[in-house]
Design a protein around this ligand. Structure first.
Ligand code: SF4
Length: 521
């Protein structure tokens, strides 16, 4: 089994397929044909990985193909995007997959929606990937839910999901890269069983994922991404049209030159992929995730077999896959060697303080004055909100004044379950297109939002700068923010805070691993 192989330190190989749009067609045939051919006779493939509406476009659900693939003797890994499902649908889907015997999930935030019937579909993003991983692991433990009689609970049959998380290290600046690592740390704390990297072509960046995880003393298998890059895909990525995927000018030039070969560069593409497999193995990764457009079974076979043949020479290939951009930030100094090494020190304490934010300083001061539960201001405000009740004119006027102030200051959307203190006084509803409360998605590019690349900075780069200045970066990797309580939408977040109805009720938000099991809201 895939999970057994990882547990026994076997080097795993997974192959990715992209189910296309339509209930049948070439994409579906390719995935099923591959499973039929490889399921019975090598190469040794541990799982077939199936994407979930990649690029935010509709496609046949991987759940429909996974059982057929498993019937061929191969395991499936189903990508599980938070983009299209609310938390109830997440639970339904996990139950349905478990019932069908499909237990390997790769939980991701998901690219923003970019297609749909009579207009673009709405992105849901009810949960972020950290919350979704925690939810699935709580289902594994057996969720406790309300019983038929008031005050009783029942425990649901447990699932047995093996949950993967993704990490996107190909970020150019410190503010963009470090929150990716911090969020990865939260995903691991939430229970991620394995990690798959974003695709990329800079082995030092890949190695940094491993160095970061090791420096924090975390134990989780990391699987490197090997994407067989065609010139067409490279041009699309170079133009920034595939969220989180980076192709530099230099790499594009290499591929353009290769495309002039008689085979249009296919031989060199496959050779590069084989060398990356060999490098990941040599660097101590626990496997590779191979993907690419229109790959055939013989292509996968070539990559795997060729990688084994050239394995002893893997270190020679590192300079060939070292494409970085001007000003690229690395969390660690250049590695003396790409071989497995003792853990580095945590890089964060050496980063210094960074820029001061007056807005943050002011908001934090205000928070201390009236929201700190130990303070007089908080006690007085609690009395005030108790006295004015829910529907009085004073309650409505207070809510309006709160909304106006927070709209003008923070771009508040009146969600009623305020995450400003969790995010250095940045509003996830107004400032993050995917409403992420536990860290950035993987889609930002050069510090800009995936959805508004021309005019909106990724809010998590701002959160990072603010917390760095006050020496509180540890909050970004240790503090879990639960899903938003949607029942509080369009109610006063201040009243909900003072009267103990929001997610921060009664205490600071617990660190992952210290709270009771089960979904919070
Ligand atoms: S109440 Fe909700 S929408 Fe308003 S600032 Fe807080 S998190 Fe943002």
């Amino acid at each position: 089994m895939f999970r057994d192989a990882l547990k026994h330190d076997e080097f795993v190989i997974t192959c990715e397929f992209v189910p296309g749009r339509g209930k049948e067609g070439a994409s579906v045939d390719a995935a099923l044909g591959f499973a039929r051919e490889v399921g019975t006779s090598g190469p040794r493939i541990h799982a077939v990985s199936l994407t979930d509406n990649p690029g935010g476009n509709p496609a046949i659900m991987p759940d429909a193909l996974a059982p057929a693939i498993q019937a061929c003797g191969l395991e499936a890994i189903v990508h599980f995007s938070c983009r299209d499902l609310n938390r109830n649908a997440v639970e339904s889907r996990v139950m349905a997959l478990s019932r069908a015997g499909v237990n390997n999930l790769l939980v991701v935030t998901g690219d923003y929606t970019s297609g749909g019937f009579e207009g673009n579909a709405a992105g849901v993003f009810d949960l972020d990937a950290v919350q979704a991983i925690k939810y699935v692991k709580a289902m594994n433990a057996g969720l406790e839910v309300p019983g038929a009689k008031k005050g009783t609970t029942i425990r649901l049959p447990s699932t047995d999901c093996f949950v993967g998380a993704a990490v996107s290290p190909f970020k150019r600046s410190e503010q963009e890269l470090m929150p990716q690592f911090f969020k990865l740390e939260k995903k691991i704390a939430a229970g991620a069983d394995f990690v798959i990297t974003q695709l990329g072509y800079d082995m030092r960046k890949f190695l940094e994922v491993k160095r970061y995880v090791d420096s924090r003393g975390l134990r989780v298998p990391i699987i490197g991404n090997v994407y067989v890059l065609s010139l067409g895909a490279a041009k699309t990525m170079h133009a920034g049209l595939v969220p989180g995927c980076v192709v530099t000018d230099d790499l594009l030039r290499v591929l353009e030159a290769e495309s002039r070969d008689p085979d249009k560069g296919k031989g060199k593409r496959l050779e590069r992929a084989a060398r990356m497999v060999a490098m990941f193995r040599g660097m101590g990764f626990q496997g590779v995730h191979i993907g690419g457009f229109a790959l055939k079974t013989q292509d996968f076979r070539f990559i795997v077999e060729r990688a084994a043949a050239i394995a002893p020479h893997w270190e020679e290939f590192v300079p060939e896959v070292s494409f970085s951009r001007d000003g690229e930030f690395y969390a660690f100094p250049p590695p003396p060697s790409y071989r497995p090494a003792p853990p580095d020190a945590d890089p964060v304490p050496s980063f210094g303080r960074g820029r001061r934010s007056l807005k943050y300083t002011f908001a934090r001061g205000m928070h201390r004055a009236v929201f700190d539960r130990r303070g007089l201001g908080c006690r007085l405000m609690t009395r005030y909100y108790r006295a004015i009740g829910e529907r009085s004119i004073m309650a409505r006027a207070s809510h309006f004044a709160e909304y106006l102030l927070k709209f003008l200051t923070f771009d508040c959307r009146d969600c009623g379950d305020c995450a400003l203190p969790d995010m250095a006084y940045c509003c996830p509803q107004g400032k993050c297109a995917k409403q992420q409360r536990n860290g950035p998605c993987g889609g930002s590019r050069d510090g800009m939002c995936e959805v508004f690349p021309d005019d909106r900075r990724c809010v998590w780069t701002i959160v990072y700068d603010r917390l760095k200045h006050v020496g509180r970066l540890d909050e970004l990797r240790g503090r879990y923010t639960p899903p938003r309580k949607t029942e509080l939408q369009y109610t006063s977040a201040w009243a909900n805070y003072y009267l103990g109805r929001d997610h921060g009720a009664g205490a600071t938000t617990p660190a992952l691993g210290t709270e009771p099991k089960g979904p919070t809201a």
